[in-house]
Design a protein around this ligand. Structure first.
Ligand SMILES: O=C[C@H](O)COP(=O)(O)O
Length: 253
């Protein structure tokens, strides 16, 4: 048996206040599911309300700016997220890298700012289908990690989580095989040890991309897979709880 799996729902740009009922329902069940650590990352507009509605699960943001405040129209800082009740922030998601031109250096700056503001971080990395087909996936991920991870110098194990999300698996219904996931997680583990020494050995690594209640047991079976970053299937309490229950069978209290 492994440690508790960490199941994080990324609501992306979904959710008005009507979705607070889902957060409440997830939170109520999380009380019973002590074998899983559960969190959701709603849109910025719902972070504060979700924190008030759901007291047992983690609440996080989906991005933050790298400075604390200033003339940055439309942006939200890590300190603001913290103030709204967030405990963590997702950084470097492939949708932000692709649609907003975020570079590894941008992600690292945000990661350092988030940790300085007292937030935990989930740093996302993932290869494209062309990169995988060219046999470059591990090299691509190693480069992304080297450029995106926050500076060391303080205890980071509890603060940093890495999410491996192959771009081609996101929202596609396709996933790598469990063996491919374990191979990539093993490679990521090596990069984390290279970056942080022994501390890197215990940083949690999640898998993300088309995770659902049916494939959770298979995709998360190996101890090296610390949990899942879930998109579409986290948008209803019913489907998200299916994943949480399946993950609960894999972990221990
Ligand atoms: O952040 C979540 C990922 O992008 C996965 O999304 P998905 O579960 O809808 O494939």
């Amino acid at each position: 048996m492994s440690e508790r799996k960490y199941i994080v729902g990324n609501w992306k740009m979904h959710g008005t206040r009507a979705m607070l009922a889902e957060a409440r329902a997830i939170d109520r069940s999380a009380e019973r599911l002590i074998k899983v650590e559960v969190a959701i990352a709603p849109p910025f507009t719902l972070v504060h309300a979700c924190r008030k509605e759901a007291t047992l699960i983690g609440i996080g943001g989906q991005d933050c700016h790298h400075v604390e405040d200033g003339a940055h129209t439309g942006d939200v800082s890590a300190a603001m997220l913290k103030d709204a009740g967030a405990g963590f922030v997702i950084l470097g998601h492939s949708e932000r890298r692709a649609n907003h031109g975020e570079t590894n250096a941008d992600v690292k700056a945000k990661a350092d700012a988030a940790i300085a503001a007292g937030l935990n971080i989930i740093v996302c990395v993932g290869e494209t289908e062309a990169e995988r087909d060219a046999g470059k996936a591990e090299a691509v991920i190693a480069k992304m990690l080297a450029g995106s991870l926050p500076s060391g110098g303080e205890a980071l194990t509890e603060k940093v989580t890495v999410a491996y999300e192959p771009v081609w698996a996101i929202g596609s219904g396709r996933t790598p095989t469990p063996e491919e996931i374990v191979a990539m997680h093993t490679s990521i583990r090596k990069q984390l040890v290279k970056a942080y020494g022994e501390e890197g050995a215990s940083i949690r690594i999640l898998y993300g991309g088309s995770v659902n209640a049916e494939n959770t047991r298979e995709l998360l079976a190996d101890d090296i897979v610390g949990g899942a970053l879930v998109g579409g299937a986290s948008l209803s309490a019913e489907s998200f709880l299916g994943i949480i229950i399946a993950a609960g069978d894999l972990g221990e209290e």
